[in-house]
Design a binder for this molecule. Sequence first.
Ligand code: ATP
Length: 259
Amino acid sequence: MLTWRDALDILAVATVFYYLYVLIAESRALNLVRGLLVYLLVWFVASRMGLNSLAWLLGNAATLGVFALIVVFQPELRGALERIGRGRLQRQPLADAQLNELVRAVERLSALRYGALIAIERHTPLGEFAATGENLDARLSARLLESVFFNKTPLHDGGAILRGDRVLAAGCVFPLSEKQEKYLGTRHKAAIGLSEVSDALVIVVSEERGTLRLADGGRLSPPLQPVELRERIREGLQIATPTLAEARFRLWRPKEREG
Ligand SMILES: Nc1ncnc2c1ncn2[C@@H]1O[C@H](COP(=O)(O)OP(=O)(O)OP(=O)(O)O)[C@@H](O)[C@H]1O
């Protein structure tokens, strides 16, 4: 018979699993867990089919692997444990109106020759990179992004991270790509670098040339016009194209949107 102790036990185990999920989902470790599940599946199938050598190899590698993982992911484990108790951040997907705000901001930054680096999170959580900067968690707006990258503010150095319709953090350090691209400095290398280790779309505004480029999957686009940039992001995030009526409505009321 189910006693109150059993119920408490089940609840406690469920809570532990929930926080374990939060801990994993907030970092890049999610991809690793998927890989581990495939590993365990192959191991299980190999043992069941009597493939003794393969099962022996995988079994022994797993013992070593557990220790290696703890060492390699030690900073992430620490960061994730610190986040326990704060709960998950609420996020709404980036809608067309916010995409316009984003493009308007980078257009102005490029005209003013202010360098900028903006990562748009997709499936790979960017929490660990956000932790290297200043936590903002503010509603995305053109003026906020322009303020962040205005070159007299302490936050303009480094990259900003967008999660859904919010600016999660600014002043973040992104990993630098090892690629030897001619004429590209560290801002562009950081954009490529982050897109190599995650599926984020990373916008770079060049301070020197005022160009707009987008890094995706480890590749940097050629300089783009704001309209092209908007379309690429819209495709990348699968944002529905506004209907003609919606687009006209926006064109008629630009002042109101700025407020
Ligand atoms: N690892 C990094 N993560 C985030 N931002 C970085 C990183 N490295 C450099 N940056 C940003 O790039 C700036 C330096 O840009 P730098 O001029 O070297 O690059 P660039 O690619 O030539 O860009 P630009 O065309 O804007 O001059 C730094 O001040 C900083 O804001």
